[in-house]
Write a protein that binds this ligand. Structure first.
Ligand code: CP
Length: 305
């Protein structure tokens, strides 16, 4: 895939070569091979839903490399409050910038925006659907530790139903045919269509409803928060809230080399005592958001190839 001028909406439109391109470019950026390659470019961050890491790392990525940033976090002080449509907002903003990064609670909104905008749109999360740049930084972090992603045995724990980060990452790993374990209570299982696609791509998939029932060795446990904000029925949420928690004891049970990943934010699904262990990778993931998003911006804006 040639990224220049293209929108990035879903991992399901990517192939392995595109992912490799992102990983290799991120590696070169992290090694300091390029300076100020975003000078003269403007990024618009349009966040209709809360974010700490994705918005701030995109903005920081742009500024470190000489670019400018405009945007909003919440619509309170925008003309959307006066009734302006999403279509008019996107059309207007795309005349003020070179690239848009957008997060929206409704699935498919990033794609809709990409069809309207006259600049590339990068999906920063659309509802429970996809979060492609989180997957890029997850893959990049894995590639720093494992020579071959095809051999990495990854268990996904938690909200596999609504977790857009696991939807994107599990699909990406299926392009490498990595063996995957989906560990979730019945209410939070991975959507069937995705499990099917992942199997068709060549990954062996094992499903269990509890970490205790995991009988095989895994290399990575990718933990997710239960996405409270996506539940229509709060009683359903209350029934499963707190049903899994990764503690030092759990890490011991999984073996000394287990890597614990999490896209963050966490609530209580990983105990703070785990943070001090070398097994914990989640802040490394968050910090890798800078070189990875710099690479993405450089490629999409045609400043890196
Ligand atoms: N991982 C992630 O998307 O974090 P934020 O919601 O803070 O952007």
């Amino acid at each position: 895939m040639d990224f220049a001028g293209k929108s990035i909406i879903s991992i399901r439109e990517m192939d392995k070569n595109s992912l490799l391109k992102i990983i290799e470019t991120s590696n070169r950026v992290k090694n300091g091979e390029y300076k100020n390659f975003l000078t003269g470019k403007v990024l618009a961050t349009l966040f209709f839903e809360p974010s700490t890491r994705t918005r701030l790392s995109f903005e920081s990525a742009m500024r470190y490399m000489g670019g400018g940033v405009i945007g909003f976090s919440g619509t309170e002080y925008t003309s959307i409050k006066k009734g302006e449509t999403l279509q008019d907002t996107i059309m207007t903003v795309s005349g003020y910038c070179n690239v848009i990064v957008m997060r929206h609670p409704v699935e498919g909104t990033a794609r809709l925006a990409s069809e309207i905008a006259i600049v590339p749109v990068i999906n920063a999360g659309d509802g429970a659907n996809q979060h492609p740049t989180q997957t890029f930084l997850d893959l990049f972090t894995l590639s720093e530790l494992f020579a071959n992603l095809s051999d990495v045995r990854v268990g996904f724990l938690g909200d596999l139903k609504y977790g857009r980060t696991v939807h994107s990452l599990a699909y990406a790993l299926s392009l490498y045919q990595s063996p995957l374990w989906f560990i979730a209570p019945d209410l939070l299982r991975m959507p069937e269509y995705l499990t099917q696609e992942i199997k068709e791509n060549g990954s062996r998939v094992h499903e269990v409803d509890d970490l205790e029932r995991l009988e095989e060795h895994i290399d990575v446990l990718y933990v997710t928060r239960i996405q409270k904000e996506r539940f229509g029925d709060m009683q359903e949420y209350e029934r499963i809230a707190g049903c899994y928690r990764v503690t030092k004891k759990v890490v011991d049970m999984l073996g000394k080399d287990i890597k614990i990943m999490h896209p963050l934010p966490r609530v209580d699904e990983i105990a703070q005592e785990v943070d001090e262990l070398e097994n914990a990778l989640y802040f490394r993931q968050a910090h890798n958001g800078i070189p990875v998003r710099q690479a993405v911006l450089g490629l999409v804006l045609g400043r890196l190839d």
